[in-house]
Design a protein around this ligand. Sequence first.
Ligand code: GTP
Length: 370
Amino acid sequence: MKAVILVGGLGTRLRPLTCNTPKPMIPIANRPFIEYMLHRLRDQGITEVVLAVQYLAERFRAALGDGSRLGIKLHISEEPEALGTAGAIKYVEHLLDSTTFVFNGDVLTDLNLIEMLAFHRSKGSKTTIALTPVEDPTQFGLVDTDRDQRILRFTEKPRPEEITTNLINAGTYIIEPEVLRYVPPRQFFMFERGLFPVLLQTGDPMYGYPSRAYWTDIGRPHNYIEVNHDILIGKASYPFPGTETQNRVWLGENVEIADDVQIVPPVVIGNNVRIERRASIIGPTVIGDNCTIGTEATLEGAVLWNDNQIAEKAVLRSCVVGAGNQIGVGTQVVGGAIVSDGCTIGADNRLDKQIRIWPNTTLGDQSITF
Ligand code: GTP
C-alpha cells in the first residue's frame, strides 16, 4: 500500500515557528511530527511513502533520507513551485499504481486506516474523504453526505441557518489514481476548490468516512500548544522519547535536576537538561534537549524546543519557545506568546497576548512590558 504525504505548504499560520522548520518537521513532545506520522503509517501496513515537498525541502532530505532508518521506502519529490494539494499529487502520479492514501502533513489523528480502506472498497468509491465532527461548524468547510455516505455537497463557512452537518474534511483521503485525470498537470490545483467540485459534477463515486478518532490540525498556534498538552495528559496517543521515572514525568539522558525543584506532572524533559534550584516545572510542559532552566524560574504549560537558556526567575506560561533562545532574568513569556529561534530576550520583559517574536531578534532589558 502506498501513501502520499503533502508537506509542501508554507505553514503561514504557525509563523514564526515555521520560518526555519517546515511545519511537518516541528517537534511535538520532543519528536518531529513527520517521524511519528511515518511510523504510524508503517504500523498500519503502508510501506512506501511519497513526501510531496516544496518549502524548505532540504530539511526533509537531511532528516529522513530514503526512510530506511524508519523502516519505510521513502521518495522525496520536490515540486518546482507550489502546485497546491491536488497539483502535488498529480506531480507524483507516475509513482502511483493503485489505491493510494493521501495525508495532509499537519493533522494529528489516530484514525483507523485499515477500516477506512475497507469502507472505501465496500462502497466502490473512487475518492474517500475522512470526516471529523467540529463544535462550531461556521468556521469550517462542511461536507454533506446522503444516508449511504455518498458526498452531496461542500459548504464553505456556512451561516448558522445553512448548517446541516457538523462534519468537516479531516485531511485524510483515499484516491484511485484514475481521478487524477481531472487534475491539470503542472498547474496550481487544490482538492477543496478544484478536484472535489469536479468530481461532484462528473458523478465519480466520492464518499465521506465519518469518524470520532482524535483529530487536530497542528497548524494553528493554539492547537500546537494544545496538542502537546493532549499528548502529555494521555488524551492523544503519540509515543515520544524519554523514560518515565515517576508517574507521568519522562526524562531523557543526562538530566540534572536540583533537589528543591518542584515538578508537577505531566512533564517531558529531553537530553542534557539542567534545572537549577527552586525552579518550578508545572505540567503539561515540554522541555527540549540541551536546555538550562535557571534558579527560581517557572514553566507552566510551556513548550520549549532544543538549546534554550532560561535565566533565573523567568516565567514561561502557555507559550512556545523555539530553538536556541536566551530568555533573560525575570522575563515573562505568557498568554500564547511565541518566541521562534535564535532570539536573545533581555531581562524583565513581558511577552504576552500571543505576541510573535521573529527569528534572531534581540530585545534589550525591559523593552516590552505591556
Ligand atoms: P498555512 O499556510 O498555515 O495555511 O499552512 P499550509 O499551507 O502549510 O497548510 P494547509 O493546511 O493549507 O495545507 C494542508 C497540507 O497540504 C499541509 O500539510 C501542507 O504542507 C500541504 N500543502 C499545501 N499546499 C501545498 C503545495 O502546494 N504542495 C505540496 N506538496 N503540499 C502542500
